[in-house]
Design a protein around this ligand. Structure first.
Ligand SMILES: [Zn+2]
Length: 242
């Protein structure tokens, strides 16, 4: 469908790819299925009630959402997601499965977490630093809007998926349900500012408001944004309406 797109990153030479895949397989197979403590993928600070000056924040580490077809291609026929733990948003999980990502520079990002549930389309979400490392020009998008986004190669223990599109940087956003949106006087697609206090205080602009049922009030930033604001401390995070 997108074969005519001329701005595609050239695909990796097949021999190089095969060699890298073999090396990754060897490394994956050497990795004992981990007694090592799992790194926290998302840090959540949860508050009891709505307080515009104390909004829960989740810092999303680079991750992958898979469709069923790609799950089976990467992890073998009949593979299913294997929950590691629940995430803050209802019905979402960090899965035990991880993959490696490779871009045009043939550099690898290993142990990239799969987040469930399965989606209709596979999507890779990177921070800018990750994208630079891989040599991928990942566009800034709202999650799910992947048409014409960057190509990327995903390597799993049983196979490789070469995506023509699907690699993005997620636009900073705040999830809220309709009740919370009404409380703030906001609607889906609005933009707000987010002020983070502390020694590295910073105000993020263009935070997209995403209103949907079955979500909890939570700001989502990527690791670059979280790091610049020392947001792991997670305090004094404030929504400011324009
Ligand atoms: Zn989100």
């Amino acid at each position: 469908m997108n074969n005519t797109n001329v701005s595609r990153t050239p695909s990796i030479d097949q021999d190089i790819l095969n060699r890298i895949v073999r090396e990754v397989f060897e490394r994956i197979n050497l990795t004992v299925p981990s007694k090592e403590p799992e790194k926290k993928e998302t840090e959540n600070v949860v508050y009891d009630s709505i307080n515009p000056k104390r909004i829960p924040v989740g810092v999303s580490v680079r991750h992958v959402h898979l469709c069923k077809e790609h799950l089976e291609k990467l992890f073998g026929p009949g593979a299913e997601l294997d929950h590691l733990r629940e995430l803050y948003q209802p019905g979402t999980h960090a899965e035990k499965q991880t993959v490696a990502l490779i871009g045009p520079k043939t550099r690898l990002l290993e142990k990239v977490r799969i987040l469930g549930p399965l989606r209709d389309r596979t999507q890779v979400e990177l921070a800018k630093t990750d994208a630079i490392f891989l040599g991928i020009d990942a566009p800034l998008r709202i999650s799910g809007d992947i048409k014409g986004s960057a190509p990327i190669t995903i390597i799993g223990p049983k196979g490789v998926v070469e995506l023509d599109e699907g690699c993005i940087r997620a636009m900073r956003h705040v999830h809220m349900n309709p009740k919370e949106a009404a409380y703030f006087g906001l609607k889906n697609g609005d933009k707000v500012k987010l002020r983070v206090g502390g020694p590295n205080a910073v105000t993020f602009e263009n935070m997209v408001v995403r209103v949907s049922d079955n979500v909890r009030l939570e700001v989502h930033l990527d690791t670059d944004e979280g790091n610049v604001a020392d947001i792991g401390c997670g305090k004094d995070v404030e929504i400011i309406k324009d």
